[in-house]
Design a protein around this ligand. Sequence first.
Ligand code: KIV
Length: 263
Amino acid sequence: MNKKMTISSIKKAKGNRPLVMITAYDALFAKLLEPSADMILVGDSLNMTFGGKSDTLSATMQQMIYHTNAVCMGAKNSFVVCDMPFGTYRDKTTALENAIRVFQQTPADCIKIEGGEEKADIIKYLCSNGIAVCGHIGLLPQAVRSEGGYKVKGKTSDEQLQLIEDARAVEEAGAFCMVIEGVKAEVAAEVAKCVDIPVIGIGAGADVDGQVLVFSDMLGLYEEFTPKFVKKYLDGATLVKDAVKNYADEVNSRAFPKKEHTY
Ligand code: KIV
């Protein structure tokens, strides 16, 4: 069994080896993913992949707590990150109340919140109250409606400077690592160099301190939409549909169950 990562070993990975982060939403998959992942993220992306919604915005604390507990049951030896849903960290008091709920009601190791410089005060407040925080900068899925879509960041020099400011502010506020999403590769590489904590990329190129993917994207299970940055390591949807068709055909032809499946 691999040794469970800690905040200290995650920080020490920077400059030594890339970190592997993957999302999971339930015990079944968490157990399957655990042997190869350094960190498991219970992302609010579950609202889309699991809940069938078109964005993450309606995910709730109750859902995140339920799914985080399920993941922790399946992956008892993993460092688990619980995503804070939209609106649950809008000010310091609300953020701390909700983060305390996560720490009291689940065994999650840290919470993740979206936002850079503008969220630094909140991150600082959480950290000073005993909450471990993973930041999330760049493309912020929770801003999809206010920004009118998922917009890749780092295309202009203003955006590049802002990303560096964001990363520095998140680090100074006390976060121990951060996700950087949907950022031009060369800019993300620059951002990763500007801070001493690991910067884990998704759609941010290879020259960062680790990678994160949504498990249902990389296993080819989510068919609605595949972002450019996703590599499908399995054609999961086809495999599942073929297997279920096979089952249905055998039920219809009475080829299943056979003697060995019968009491
Ligand atoms: O919710 C999620 O899965 C995430 C990843 C996209 C990093 O935040």
